[in-house]
Structure formats: structure tokens, C-alpha cells
Design a protein around this ligand. Sequence first.
Ligand SMILES: [Zn+2]
Length: 166
Amino acid sequence: MSRTIRTYPDPVLKEKAKPVESVSREIQDLAEEMAKLMYANQGIGLAAPQVGESLRVITVDISGPERQEDLQVLINPEIELCEGETETDEGCLSLPEFRTKVKRSEQVTVKGLDLKGREIRIRSEGMQAVCFQHEIDHLEGTLLLDHAGRLKRNMYSKKANKWEKN
Ligand SMILES: [Zn+2]
């Protein structure tokens, strides 16, 4: 595996990711590698910028790395419909040791392309809906840090910059 999980303050995490023009072999390989990295790092969701590719590709599997039963790969995902409100305590593979509470929609319908380039729609709720919203945030360059208060954000930023130097 050539790619690795990028962590804050890697600038690729702040970029707005580019739409995928065609679902090529390279994109399929990227998605496969993302799923492997997601499972290997005990994650339930990953966005391409987190592996250093500024492209609109996400992987989500809320069944987790042990079961690996519900892998969803979405290319150029968009949230079509949001309903309800929920508050979750979230972490992120790109922000080690950081957690914060985030307000999310309780149910979302997400539209995008599958690995064969076909348009698909996924209705999700609960943890899967939260996960889609978290990963789609990454495509806009939005991190959990941006959902946290300024004090918490600054404290983490200082800590992360220190790790970076070591
Ligand atoms: Zn994340």
C-alpha cells in the first residue's frame, strides 16, 4: 500500500476536493485502498483527502473492521435530503486524540455514483447518516475541529503542531 492516513495539519485536509470526472480503474483502486486503510485503522468512514487525494470519493462501513459487511463507496456524493436532528460525539482518523460533539441531521439521503459509475441513492439514518455527513464534510475541507469551539480548536492545533515537529 502506497497511501497513508494524513493527519492534521496536512494542508490536503483543508482543500475542497475535486469532482471525479469518470469512474476509472484508478478511482476503483483508490476506493479499494481507502477501504483497506479504513479497516486497518479501525475506522467506519474515510474520505479521499484523508489519504492525500483531493477527490470526491468516500467509503463508509458502520458494521466496522471486524465484520466488514456494509461497505458503501460513493463517488461525487451529495446530500439530497436531511431530516431530523441529532447530536453525536465524533472522532476522526485525521485528528488523533480529538473528539467533539457535533449537531447532525438524523436521516440523510445521499446521491452519488457507485464503482461502476451508476447513479445510486442511499437512505440512511443514525450512525450511518452521521458518518456520511462527516465524510462529505471532508470533501469540503471541513474538519471536526471546525465544529468545535475556538478554545478547543486552538488547544488541539497547538498540540498537533508540536507533534508535527517531533
Ligand atoms: Zn474524519
